[in-house]
Design a protein around this ligand. Structure first.
Ligand code: B12
Ligand code: SF4
Length: 448
């Protein structure tokens, strides 16, 4: 039996699938699903962002994943295969949030996490050639069982890599879930109010099996369980790998963890800063972010040779044009190496969706626009057009050539010749990649 696992692309503003020449990172989802699939089943991975899809391939089962922004493209792909009588099963965050919608396009919908149930679904399909309309596990998997993703099938040859790394950054998850519940985030809704960790030996086995030297630990909050993080970082030190990940701002409470992360090869941490306005933070249940602490946190990371990569969002009720400019100026003056801006996006199933829906402030139902690069709500203190223009202008200023050079100078202590973690040229190329993408109003973090 042969099965093709597909990562759909996103339809652009002209309704065409976005295509890249190179990806920034391989997908962690499809290689993991392939790793869970019984070994005798032939699997092919196709990433629609970069590969062409062969609809006439002789294949028994199509398995589609999808975030919300990819759903309309996923439906196109499902429709083409179903026209050819190839059964389609679709899972992932969007299918879990809106199974009824998805079931109009796929023969079967897989709700929730795959571990523990997917293996059986495939075996049953192999025997009966039938799929149930919906599958839903009755509990969250405990992640204690070792699964080695099929790194051999992943899109790693089509991804960029750091100049001083042998491989592109390979996604590996050490934990699942997050201890917090921010109102705009899909994570708690999807993974439950749980924070599950994998056995550290299994994580080390995945690292070893990947044969890579560069990693993206795709955890939502790598330090969500400080004891676990401490143990893991200690085990990573002797491996001399380079990696980046995401921390919550509560990292400031754990300076020894930040120090250990730096020693263990962490060169960059993405931080969900969201806003410099405390009222905005309180309005989305993110009071644990304290703007008075931000500078100290950036300094702590920088002292440990970890680049702070901040993520901010606009569209909160206190936001206006002046706050957009003030925020970006704040980060230009800070010890921050990268900044990404997102427009507040009310994903179905989140609390913010319910609030904005009730207030009649959601202006867009085309899921392709749910990519955090489009304004799809009515902001309170400015128009959508004013917010769009102010954000792209401020974003462009942050990545102007002059500001890029200033930042490279600020972070010059990072670029020693023998450091396996970071290279000057990589940062130059990446900063200018951001500069070019933002000028075109494109997400700088998907592909080239
Ligand atoms: C890593 C990550 C990224 C990376 C992706 C890198 C890469 N190539 O993998 C980067 C930083 C580039 C990124 C970008 C974006 N991301 Co992101 N990202 C994540 C993160 C942290 C982990 C995703 C992941 O790989 N998980 C590991 C895999 C194994 O889990 P999974 O895909 O959910 O799959 C499991 C199940 O869903 C199920 N499953 C999935 N598909 C299928 C299919 C079948 C057939 C079956 C049976 C089962 C199944 O089985 C798997 C194993 O249990 C999630 C948060 C999270 N914890 O999910 C956000 C998340 C997915 N991102 C999100 C968003 C919004 C974005 C952006 C739009 C904006 C942004 N925040 O940067 C862009 C979009 C980029 C794009 N074009 O796709 C949202 C999506 C919300 C939604 N409803 O769609 C999430 C959930 C974060 C959030 N806070 O809400 N992201
Ligand atoms: S801290 Fe991050 S991952 Fe956790 S709930 Fe908030 S936004 Fe989501």
């Amino acid at each position: 039996m042969k099965s093709t696992f597909i990562q759909p692309s996103q339809l652009d503003d002209n309704g065409k699938p976005l295509k890249y020449k190179q990806l920034l990172l391989p997908s962690g989802t499809l290689s993991l699903l392939a790793g869970l699939t019984p070994a005798h089943i032939e699997v092919e991975i196709v990433n629609d962002y970069i590969d062409d899809i062969n609809y006439d391939d002789n294949v028994d089962l199509i398995a589609l994943t999808s975030l919300t922004l990819q759903a309309p493209r996923a439906y196109q792909i499902a429709t083409e295969f179903r026209k050819r009588k190839v059964p389609v099963i679709m899972g992932g965050i969007h299918a879990t949030a809106l199974p009824e919608e998805v079931s109009q396009y796929a023969d079967s919908v897989f709700i929730g996490e795959a571990e523990g149930l997917w293996e059986q679904v495939v075996l049953d399909f192999e025997k009966t050639r039938k799929l149930e309309k919906m599958y839903k596990p009755d509990h969250y998997p405990d992640l204690q069982k070792l699964t080695i993703p099929r790194f051999d099938l992943s899109e790693r040859d089509k991804c960029i890599k750091a100049l001083n790394a042998k491989s592109p950054a390979i996604p590996i998850a050490c934990t699942r879930g997050c201890p917090f519940k921010c109102d705009y985030c899909s994570v708690t809704r999807f993974f439950g109010a749980t924070f599950r960790t994998k056995p550290i030996d299994n994580i080390l086995a995945e690292i070893e099996a990947s044969g890579a030297d560069d990693f993206f630990f795709i955890d939502d909050n790598m330090i969500g369980n400080p004891k676990f993080a401490e143990q893991l970082f200690k085990e990573l030190i002797p491996l001399k790998k380079r990696w980046f990940t995401q921390f919550s701002t509560t990292a400031l409470k754990h300076p020894h963890l930040v120090e250990l992360a730096g020693e263990a090869g962490c060169h960059e941490v993405m931080l969900g800063i969201e806003s410099i306005n405390p009222k905005n933070l309180a309005s989305v249940n993110k009071k644990f972010n304290n703007p008075d602490d931000y500078q100290e946190l950036f300094k702590l990371l920088k002292q440990n040779k970890i680049s702070p990569h901040v993520m901010v969002m606009f569209g909160f009720d206190e936001d206006d044009v002046s706050l957009i400019h003030k925020t970006v100026d704040f980060f230009m003056e800070s010890e921050v190496n990268f900044m990404r801006i997102f427009f507040l996006t009310p994903f179905f199933g989140t609390k913010i969706y319910d609030v904005l829906e009730k207030e009649g402030r959601i202006t867009e139902r085309d899921w392709s626009k749910y990519d955090a690069n489009h304004v799809i709500i009515k902001p309170k203190k400015m128009t959508a057009e004013e917010m769009t223009e102010a954000v792209w202008k401020a974003y462009d200023k942050f990545y102007s050539a002059g500001n890029v050079l200033k930042r490279l100078w600020k972070f010059r202590s990072f670029y020693s010749k023998n450091d396996y973690k970071g290279s000057f040229l990589d940062d130059v190329l990446f900063q200018f990649h951001f500069n070019r993408s933002i000028k075109k109003r494109k997400d700088p973090w998907s592909g080239l």
